[in-house]
Design a protein around this ligand. Structure first.
Ligand SMILES: *Cc1c(COP(=O)(O)O)cnc(C)c1O
Length: 399
C-alpha cells in the first residue's frame, strides 16, 4: 500500500529522476559539424545556410526553402510574402502557440479564430466557410501534435475564395497527408527548429514553398528588404550597389545553426520512427484506462508525433486537471499543457477577443495533459509515465 502512495501525498515517486516532456539529441557528428563552421570563414552569410535550405526542400519535396532565425520570424515572412496587411483577416486555430496568429498582428492583419475538431483537435474545416468575409486573405492551419490538418478541404475552400494557405508545421516535419509530404502542399509551410521540435538549430525556422515569387520576397524580407539582384534594382551606381526596397527585418539564421540543422536532418528518419514507436507503446499501455481519451489518428495521415496529449474525462475523476497535473509532476513526470487557447491571453483580450469564441478548444484546454515524448526516451521511460498515469488516475477515479 505504501509503495503505491502518491508522491504528492508523501509516497515515493515512480521515477527518481525527472523526465522532461521534450528534449533534443545532440551527437558527436552534430558537434563536429558546428566546430567545422566555427573554424571556417563564414559564421553567417555562408554556404551552410543554402545547404540546409536545399536539404529541407529536398526532404519535404518543395521547390524552395528559406531559413529564418526562428519559426516565428519565418511565419512573419510568410505573412509579408502573402501580402497580408491592415484590415486583412486570416483564419486560424486557437489551439496552438501564440506565434501562429501573432504573425498576422505583426502585419496589421486580424486573426479570426475558428474552432477545432473534437477528435483531431485540428482546425475544423466545416466551420471555416462561415468565417470567410470579403476581407479574408489567408488560412493558417496548424498540424497540431504532428497530425496533419484536413488539407484537402482547406485547400479546396482556399481555392474557391482565392485565399493563401500558410501551414504552421512546427509540429509536423516529416508528417504525411495522403502520402504527400507536409511542406509541398500549401502555398507556404513553416517549420521550427527549436530544441523541443523534431530537429534543432537552437533557434531557427524555415518556409518551404513551390512559388518563386514568394521565394524572392522571403529572401529579401529576411535581410532588411535589401536586394543586390541586378535585374531588380531601380538604379545601379556600381558594383557595390544595393537597394533597400521595402521595410524588412534582420531575420537571418547563422551558418553555425544551419550546420547543426543539416547534421540533425540526417537523423530525421530515425527520430520520427522512435517517436512513432513510443507513441504506439503509450497507446497500447494506456488504451484500457476509461478516465482518459487517447489521441485519435486519421487513417489517411502519418503523424510525426511531436506531442502525445491525453484528454482527461473529468466527470470520471474526483480531481481537477490541476491536481492530476501536479500529482504527475510529483511522480517526476514532466507533464505539460498544450495549449491555452490563444485568444484567452490578456493581450488578445485587450484586442477585443472574448471567451466563448471556440467552445471546443476551450473545453479541450481544460482537459488536456501532454505526456513526455522525444526521440531520446526509451521504452522504460514510457513505462514509467504509464505507471505514474495509472497510479494517479486510479487514485482519483470515481468509477
Ligand atoms: C514552436 C512553434 C512555433 C514557433 O516556432 P519558434 O521557432 O519557437 O519561433 C509556432 N507554432 C507552433 C505551433 C509551435 O509549436
Amino acid at each position: 500500500m505504501s509503495k503505491s502512495r502518491l508522491a504528492i501525498l508523501g509516497g515515493a515517486p515512480v521515477r527518481a529522476q525527472y523526465l522532461p516532456y521534450g528534449q533534443q539529441i545532440i551527437d558527436e557528428e552534430d558537434i563536429k559539424a558546428v566546430v567545422k563552421v566555427l573554424q571556417s570563414d563564414f559564421l553567417t552569410g555562408g554556404p551552410a545556410i543554402e545547404q540546409f535550405e536545399s536539404e529541407i526542400a529536398a526532404f519535404t519535396g518543395a521547390k524552395y526553402a528559406v531559413a529564418f532565425s526562428s519559426g516565428t520570424a519565418a511565419l512573419h515572412g510568410a505573412c509579408y510574402a502573402a501580402g497580408i496587411g491592415g484590415g486583412d483577416e486570416v483564419i486560424t486555430t486557437p489551439m496552438t502557440f501564440a506565434a501562429s496568429s501573432n504573425c498576422v498582428l505583426y502585419q496589421g492583419g486580424k486573426p479570426v479564430f475558428v474552432d477545432i475538431d473534437p477528435l483531431t483537435y485540428n482546425l475544423n474545416p466545416k466551420l471555416i466557410q462561415a468565417s470567410i468575409t470579403p476581407n479574408t486573405k489567408a488560412i493558417i492551419p496548424v498540424h497540431f501534435t504532428g497530425q496533419p490538418a484536413e488539407l484537402d478541404e482547406i485547400m479546396q475552400i482556399a481555392r474557391e475564395h482565392n485565399l493563401i494557405v500558410i501551414e504552421d508545421a512546427a509540429h509536423a516535419l516529416g508528417a504525411t497527408y495522403k502520402n504527400r509530404s507536409i511542406g509541398a502542399i500549401g502555398d507556404m509551410t513553416m517549420f521550427s527548429f527549436h530544441p523541443v521540435k523534431h530537429i534543432t538549430t537552437g533557434e531557427g525556422g524555415m518556409i518551404a514553398t513551390n512559388n518563386p515569387v514568394y521565394y524572392e520576397k522571403l529572401l529579401q524580407f529576411r535581410t532588411h528588404g535589401i536586394t543586390r539582384d541586378q535585374s531588380r534594382l531601380r538604379d545601379n551606381h556600381g558594383p557595390w550597389y544595393y537597394e533597400m526596397q521595402f521595410l524588412g527585418f534582420n531575420y537571418r539564421i547563422t551558418d553555425i545553426q544551419t550546420s547543426l540543422g543539416t547534421s540533425q536532418l540526417r537523423k530525421i528518419g530515425s527520430f520520427i520512427e522512435k517517436r512513432k514507436q513510443l507513441a504506439e507503446l503509450y497507446i497500447r499501455e494506456l488504451g484500457a484506462i476509461q478516465e482518459i481519451i487517447l489521441p485519435h489518428q486519421l487513417p489517411y495521415v502519418e503523424s510525426s508525433w511531436h506531442l502525445f496529449i491525453v484528454k482527461l474525462q473529468l466527470s470520471k475523476l474526483n480531481a481537477t486537471r490541476r491536481l492530476i497535473f501536479q500529482a504527475l509532476q510529483k511522480e517526476n513526470i514532466g507533464v505539460n499543457v498544450h495549449y491555452i487557447p490563444t485568444y484567452l491571453h490578456p493581450y488578445y483580450e485587450s484586442l477585443g477577443f472574448q471567451k466563448g469564441i471556440c467552445p471546443v478548444a476551450e473545453s479541450c484546454y481544460e482537459e488536456f495533459i501532454t505526456l513526455p515524448l522525444f526521440a531520446g526516451m526509451d521504452q522504460e521511460d514510457v513505462m514509467d509515465v504509464v505507471a505514474a498515469v495509472k497510479k494517479v488516475i486510479s487514485h482519483y477515479s470515481n468509477q
